[in-house]
Design a protein around this ligand. Sequence first.
Ligand code: UT7
Length: 403
Amino acid sequence: MIGPRSVRLTGWGMYAPERVLSNADLEKLVDTSDEWIRSRTGIRERRMAAPHETTATMAAVAGKRAVAVAGLQPDDIDLILVATLTPDYWMPATAALVKEAIGNSRAAAFDVMAACSGFVYAYATADAYVRSGMYRHVLVAGSELLTRFLDFSDRNTCILFGDGAGAVVVSASDQEGGGAAGFELTTDPDGAYMVWLPSGGSRSPPSAETISRGEHYVRMEGKETYRYATKTLATSALTAIKRAGWDPDEVDLYIPHQANMRIIEAVAKGLNLPMDKMFVNLDRYGNTSAASVGIALAEAVDGGRVQVGDKVVLVAFGAGFTSGAVAIEWTADPILGRRADSVEPVASVRAPVNWDSVDPIPPRLRELLEADAGPHVPLEDVVPGEPPQGDGHRADAKREVPA
Ligand code: UT7
């Protein structure tokens, strides 16, 4: 196999569910306040998927947008990687469902599980496949539906997370230079139980008892995770930058995992960088785990923060503990992001035969949702070739695109 001249990021896209879950909404569920959440995390609101949406449907919309921006047809994609810790099912891989939903008939497809670092890990995996010459175009989607895995009586966790998806296309290029110039991926098992979900795996299969103990929800040691995050984001970014042969202040934009504003500020301070070099959108989405860097990247490019020739660093940390960074020389014309506007926020994911899911919404959220949500679309109504019901409104129609 002969590798390409370069490996470039050619497409990007995102999807955010329409329903906003504000800090005021959470005040109704747990003993918290908008003031506490904003001052301790920077989060004002996050998105919450509708009952008919899943990790696969969100990944498919973001993925279709990224494929359109890359100027490709779905069947041009050779490999689909979905980074997620909230798959539709334990099996099959969510990527298999996404393959059909984007209208691809020929790609290999599998999931990448590295928690909130998943997008960066999947990006590195895509780059390696393309660099080796094995594939020409890889779709990477980070997609999370965290609101279904949160205990909405636990104020330590439920205020932090939200739903959404971000995607990129990584492609072989016949031109020299550009694309990923340096990577760093690390895993530190000391943090294995700092952010975790105890039950559902082989160590503790799901049962009435595990559910009564609330072990199907995310648990977190916030302070330890915070400490690790501030350290590892800085060291991971520095290592990737060094491998690219750059200096930290040469980088035009850092796109960090959107976990906590104070973490991002600490990293900027640690690297001696002004905050305007850090892209931040966690105020509107909270922590969307493996989707966060992909969503932030799409918003940064479409918002005019990235130009051809810019040096951009994606950097993330997450459960495991995992951490990763990629230093990218930007090559795609940001105006191409407008191609995503033609992709409606609709995805048809194959439904199981002779099976129906129970109500997927955590009971404490159900009341909030029913108060002002759109029409409920049962899972069994979402079948291949038939768009789901609903108003077809594009959730992020108002996001800014460059002139
Ligand atoms: O992608 C990886 C996912 N995880 C993370 O990124 C988490 C990283 N950690 C953090 O972001 C922060 O540690 C948190 C935002 C989770 C917590 O902030 P903190 O400044 O570390 O607060 P704390 O845990 O030290 O808690 C301070 C106080 C405590 O009360 P007492 O003991 O001082 O009376 C908590 O019980 O704040 C209380 N508290 C809250 N109060 C109102 C904790 N959560 C809340 C809340 N609302 N939601």
